[in-house]
Design a binder for this molecule. Structure first.
Ligand code: MCA
Ligand code: AMP
Length: 508
């Protein structure tokens, strides 16, 4: 009886998922190319054994596990096994270079690092005392060596215990690790479960990477909490996705995905079959894309807004009007305010959006100064997004207080690229901006000034960045100019540069 009471009170998010999984009989959890690659009925034992493997590697509750591997069913199981053991999961973009990885490893101080087999040597050189194991996209690698024939129990976790650290860049300084608790993740998943009417009859088409909040938490958690089957895609092929609209019900993507779907001849009024919900987020969805999608398919995309630090914050309504260019209403249980200085902005007037609620993270890992900077009294987290709130509470994002580029749903901080460029020989200074890109929404442009007497060319500069920055951060256009425009205070006028270079990526 005492044992049962402890299990009931366990706030480990995996305990909740396993309860749901137990009710799904022999239904598949993940299907890829028509084949079941994971079953709900196997989740208990598979995660128990893999959890035991992690325990054998010396890990326990609260220890970090850094994971930089390709998307696969084993990667999903590894995530769940880490939760089972009460570990803190730290997923990394597969595009990060060794230089970027070195920082994450030194900051997170993991007990275990899981990397791609081809990266093993380089990772070992950076991993210090951590155990390094490998996982290939076909399930190969040393992680699965010596998986014991015994399992571990689901570790007891309190709502405030950490479940994950997700690194997010900032306008200044190095990336910060956003600490997300079991309570954060479960509350957001439960809210979205009700709001978007998830049920065990749903079938989710999963096209996102599983190292960000969008693909891992919003999508995978949504399916696990509902007991919904996932059609698993490792990369995005619009024709393959459209072909599944007859057997699926929900799709989540970034605006680039919807732009590419619209450019596919396969997307026709009859193509949408069983689909009941198309969700977009992570970057602004152009009204034109929203309207064209509705014209072609008869369905209005539901746009929502969120952040790594907070999970989802607002959503257009399921039943009410989904208005293009707006991100809808604050989620139930969360409070949102739009501030102009120290006061609430008037309805319809722009200000910085702040949010408070059970979804808001526990702060930045080992960085109390940054945490303090981004919170106001009373637990309000300052998002850095500029928004308006209509009289009825509907939110429209109108800009960003932070110097941030979002390309294909991925955040890119100009400072990081400027610092890398400025360190190259012959560079006096640089300014990095985002300009409209037809596929990615925004694309990176670098404007560079050469030191006196130095000759710079774009190819040489790109070659200089090779291996330093993940490829998605590399400028798609580099202009070498005599000087940067500055205002009276000497500050570079990026708005001016954005105007000058507005059209340079229109034809990729
Ligand atoms: C790939 N490349 C990119 C991007 N993606 N460049 C800029 N921005 C990008 N987003 C580059 C690669 O480096 C490569 O360069 C070339 O494009 C082709 O790479 P490939 O992998 O084939 O690209 P793709 O398949 O066309 O990928 C585009 C994509 C992908 C499907 C839009 O970027 C993607 O999955 N984006 C979603 C990211 C996401 O999940 N964001 C959520 C985080 P080269 O040819 O030189 O090698 S935000 C979040 O979680 C918050 C909470 C929220 O609100 O959701
Ligand atoms: P990240 O730091 O990766 O979590 O990205 C969060 C940022 O993505 C937010 O602060 C917004 O600037 C942006 N974002 C997320 N969803 C939307 C959306 N629907 N429309 C516009 N921007 C969005």
């Amino acid at each position: 009886m005492a044992q049962e009471a402890v299990i009931l009170m366990n706030s480990n998010i995996l305990a909740r998922f396993l309860e749901v999984a137990q009710q799904q009989g022999d239904k598949p959890f993940l299907i890829e190319d028509g084949h079941a690659i994971a079953q709900f009925a196997d989740l208990e034992w598979d995660t128990a054994r893999l959890g035991a493997r992690l325990a054998d590697l010396g890990a326990g509750p609260g220890d970090r596990i850094v994971v930089q591997v390709e998307k696969s069913a084993d990667n999903v199981l590894l995530y769940l096994a880490a939760q089972r053991l009460g570990m803190v999961y730290v997923p990394l973009n597969t595009a990060y270079t060794a230089g970027e990885l070195a920082y994450f490893l030194s900051d997170a101080e993991p007990t275990i690092v899981v990397c791609r087999p081809a990266d093993e040597e380089a990772v070992r050189a950076l991993a210090g005392d951590a155990e390094v194991v490998t996982l290939g996209e076909d399930g190969s690698g040393s992680l699965y060596d010596d998986v014991p024939d015994r399992g571990v129990y689901v570790a007891h976790r309190e709502p405030d215990d950490l479940a994950a650290i997700l690194y997010t860049s900032g306008t200044t300084g190095r990336s910060k690790g956003a600490m997300l608790t079991h309570g954060n993740l479960l509350s957001n998943a439960e809210t979205l479960h009700g709001l978007w009417r998830w049920s065990s009859d749903d079938v989710l088409i999963h096209i996102l990477p599983i190292y960000h909040v969008h693909g891992l938490f919003v999508a995978i958690h949504g399916a696990l909490l509902a007991g919904a089957t996932v059609l698993f895609h490792r990369c995005f092929d619009p024709a393959k996705v459209i072909a599944q609209f007859n057997s699926a019900t929900v799709l989540m993507g970034v605006p680039t995905h919807y732009g590419r779907l619209l450019n596919s001849p396969e997307l026709t009024p009859n193509a949408c079959g069983q689909m009941r919900l198309f969700i977009s987020g992570s970057a602004p969805l152009l009204a034109e894309v929203h309207d064209r999608f509705a014209e072609v398919t008869g369905q209005r995309i539901l746009e929502r807004y969120g952040m790594t630090e907070t999970g989802m914050i607002t959503s257009n309504p399921y039943d009410g009007e989904r208005i293009a260019g707006t991100v809808g209403y604050p989620l139930p249980g969360e409070e949102v305010r739009v501030r102009d200085g120290d006061a609430d902005a008037a309805p319809g007037e722009p200000g910085v959006l702040e949010v408070r609620g059970p979804n808001v993270f526990a702060g930045y890992w080992r960085n109390p100064e940054k945490t303090a900077e981004e919170f106001r009294d009373g637990g309000w987290f300052v998002t850095g997004d500029i928004a308006t709130m209509a009289q009825d509470g509907r939110i429209t994002l109108v800009g960003r207080a932070k110097d941030l580029i979002i390309a294909g749903g991925l955040n890119i901080y100009p400072t990081e690229i400027e610092e890398a460029l400025d360190a190259l020989p012959g560079v006096e200074e640089s300014a990095v901006i985002g300009v409209p890109h037809p596929d990615l929404g925004e694309g990176v442009v670098a404007v560079v000034v050469a030191q006196k007497g130095a000759a710079l060319d774009p190819e040489g500069l790109l070659a200089g960045l090779e291996g330093q920055l993940a490829k998605f951060k590399r400028p798609r256009h580099i202009a070498v100019v005599d000087s940067l425009p500055r205002n009276a205070m000497g500050k570079v006028q990026k708005a001016e540069l954005r105007k000058v270079f507005a059209d340079c990526l229109r034809k990729p």
